[in-house]
Design a protein around this ligand. Sequence first.
Ligand SMILES: NC(=O)C1=CN([C@@H]2O[C@H](COP(=O)(O)OP(=O)(O)OC[C@H]3O[C@@H](n4cnc5c(N)ncnc54)[C@H](OP(=O)(O)O)[C@@H]3O)[C@@H](O)[C@H]2O)C=CC1
Ligand SMILES: O=C1O[C@H](COP(=O)(O)O)[C@@H](O)[C@H](O)[C@H]1O
Length: 528
Amino acid sequence: MGISRQEDVTTCLSCKAVLLNEHLPACKTCMTNNNNYELSTDVSDVVVLCGASGDLAKKKIIPTLWWLFRDDLLPSNIRFVGYARSKMTVQNLREKTEPFMKLKDSEKAKANKFFDSMSYVQGSYTDKSAFEKLNKEILGLPNGCNANRVFYLALPPTVFADVTRNIHDACMSKCGWNRVIVEKPFGRDFDSSAELSNHLAGLFREDQLYRIDHYLGKEMVQNLLVLRFANRLFGPIWDRNNIASVMITFKEPFGTKGRGGYFDQFGIIRDVMQNHLFQVLSLTAMEKPVSNNADDIRDEKVKVLKCIKPLTLDDMVLGQYVGDPEGEGEAKEGYLDDATVPKGSVTPTFALARFNISNERWDGVPFILKCGKALNERKAEVRVQFREVPGDIFTPGVVKRNELVMRVQPNEAVYCKMMTKTPGMNVEPIETEMDLSYNMRYKDVKMPDAYERLILDVFTGSQLNFVRSDELSEAWRIFTPVLHQIEGEKVKPIPYKFGTRGPVEADDFVKNAGFHYSSTYKWVNPNL
Ligand SMILES: NC(=O)C1=CN([C@@H]2O[C@H](COP(=O)(O)OP(=O)(O)OC[C@H]3O[C@@H](n4cnc5c(N)ncnc54)[C@H](OP(=O)(O)O)[C@@H]3O)[C@@H](O)[C@H]2O)C=CC1
Ligand SMILES: O=C1O[C@H](COP(=O)(O)O)[C@@H](O)[C@H](O)[C@H]1O
């Protein structure tokens, strides 16, 4: 192991961090002792996609690699190796993947180059000798011996342990760095997740592990850090003295689309709340990190999770969708009508939960997380509702609470619901908004897909937007008891109709929790 010096940039060969002279010989990022530098040129990079024949690879990972390749964002000498059990060729992979690549006619030549840079190795997931064959394939690539290796595990959890062990035993680069991208589920509960973490920790260093939560790759989720810590406007009022409630919402307007059998093993709490929404919660609630360095930020995320007690059923509303006889297409079907869902399943497709963060900043402020499938719209947002203005001097009931809404999707926006004087002769306050709609303010900016950002981060060695093992174990600590109770006692979810806002009980719950819904706010779309 040593240091690679390319022109005037010196990088650690272990983790690729840029080393400034004062850091030598130890790399501050990965702590490798780089005391015997060597000059190295032409280190190539190889992405190994385990599970290349699968759905995730076809629909998401290969198209994402293509977009990055198309836009010249990957290292110029990049090579891709697909690995899976199926007997297939690169041409077969191409035919399966192209429908998801949004390929333009003008891009055909570049797409040929992309697939020319790809090879495919067929092999079992359990057999070490198959991984030795994979390693030989990598070593046989131009400069393969020096190559940095990214292993993308697009695999079901059942083969995860074998594959990671075999990668470790047979496929690690001896000269370049090795990084392993891991997809959820990261276990089913505290114990299984800890088992998985221990298994991985026995094979790889934490700085080699990139646990993907794709919500961390979304523009507005990444923006939370900037909105909170680069604005004097928000920092001083971001606390229990000024904020009445925080609502974090995820809604999808479709159901399980015939894949309920898969969904049923997890349910909406594991599918969305414990991971995506909890990541958003920790970024919204954490203290200001010492710096914007990945570990300083992740330290703060862990600290805030440590202030949350395990969730209980008293703080939840669970729902399951039923078909709407008047609805169209999938909407006619309820969750239990999906032939792949076990009969009588009580798996929730909607969940609302209230959390208290017992620290000086937040104690008493309800953090309400709400997520569901088969609802009335597609939406993900963070809604911060402020307390009433003390000593109201206007007509009672007219002044409504301010809200700051950070809309993650669709159409990224940050808007602040506020009061203004009714324009014209009327002097009464009226609800309005300060509106930062991205499609108006940043018309020409192409918003990258979450996976594009995250895969690129892996190449640059930035772990900021990846889940650290201690974050994961804190999240499971909070959710495991109630998940076990729901499953053990077969807690019945409340039925709600496909295409609605979920069970009405959820609205009663949030009202009692302290969220004020003002039905009087009317938004006028300035685009119209
Ligand atoms: N830049 C932009 O694009 C802007 C767009 N708008 C749009 O204007 C519309 C209204 O704005 P919005 O901020 O939602 O304000 P509203 O006051 O209309 O709604 C606030 C939220 O309250 C929830 N809600 C609805 N009914 C109830 C109920 N009975 N009890 C409790 N909660 C309820 C809804 O969330 P849920 O259904 O998730 O529970 C809703 O999102 C939205 O479509 C919004 O996207 C507004 C401002 C700027
Ligand atoms: O991880 C998951 O996320 C998707 C929603 O992702 P989005 O980027 O479209 O918001 C969800 O449909 C899926 O059930 C879940 O596993």
